[in-house]
Design a protein around this ligand. Structure first.
Ligand code: SAM
Length: 195
């Protein structure tokens, strides 16, 4: 991955563009902020760190679970070939799509639904990024990850989770590493914490 290109693009992104008017003044804080519907835009430094852990290549096909504001989606779309992003809250998905369209992205595909089930139609994915706290690693996401692929996913209870980096070898074997503890909003749906 082009780390310098990633960091330069990250610095160029105006986070206030991804926030509602009443939150724009806080955009520069390195903290999560409300985006409505009880959801948050993630802490920018964590978005950058997770993107580095995911290490997309310029031609990677990426699945993102939890579109939210679209901030992380922009970074992924800039650094990879195609991004398939799933959000369960239709209003958030629509707003993110409007923002990202206005930034002239043409390599992002949007779905409203339970992303804990992945997006089977376009699988397999070279990279999978989950930006909400899963109860367990969803079987569907493991099976939709391509051989040689990598997934970044926070797993654990609502108050604190382990950030896991899961790689799938060419023979399908999985390797799981811990990248520390994080705190995300809950993943809902079949592999999440209920509705
Ligand atoms: N990455 C986003 C950003 O940059 O703004 C922040 C994502 S926010 C921490 C987590 C998002 O995951 C929320 O928008 C939430 O609605 C969504 N979410 C939770 N459970 C989901 C599910 N089962 N399928 C799809 N999206 C889900």
């Amino acid at each position: 991955m082009d780390y310098r290109g990633l960091e330069a693009y990250f610095r160029s992104l105006d986070r206030s563009f991804f926030l509602e008017d009443d939150m724009k003044e806080y955009a520069a804080y390195d903290s999560p902020l409300p985006i409505g519907f009880g959801q948050t835009i993630s802490q920018p430094s964590l978005v950058l760190e997770m993107t580095k852990l995911l290490a997309p290549e310029h031609d990677s096909k990426v699945l993102e679970i939890g579109t939210g504001s679209g901030f992380q989606t922009a970074l992924l779309a800039k650094m990879s070939g195609k991004v398939f992003t799933v959000e369960r809250i239709a209003e958030l998905s629509q707003k993110a799509e409007e923002r990202l369209n206005s930034m002239n992205f043409t390599n992002i595909f949007y779905k409203v639904g339970d992303g804990s089930l992945g997006w089977a139609e376009h699988a397999p994915y070279d990279r999978i990024m989950v930006t909400a706290a899963a109860r367990v690693v969803p079987d569907e996401l493991i099976s939709q990850l391509a051989p040689g692929g990598r997934m970044v996913i926070p797993v654990g209870p609502p108050d604190v989770q382990e950030l896991r980096v899961i790689t799938k070898a060419a023979d399908g074997r999985l390797q799981v590493e811990s990248a520390g503890m994080v705190r995300f909003v809950e993943l809902k749906g079949r592999y999440g914490w209920g509705e």
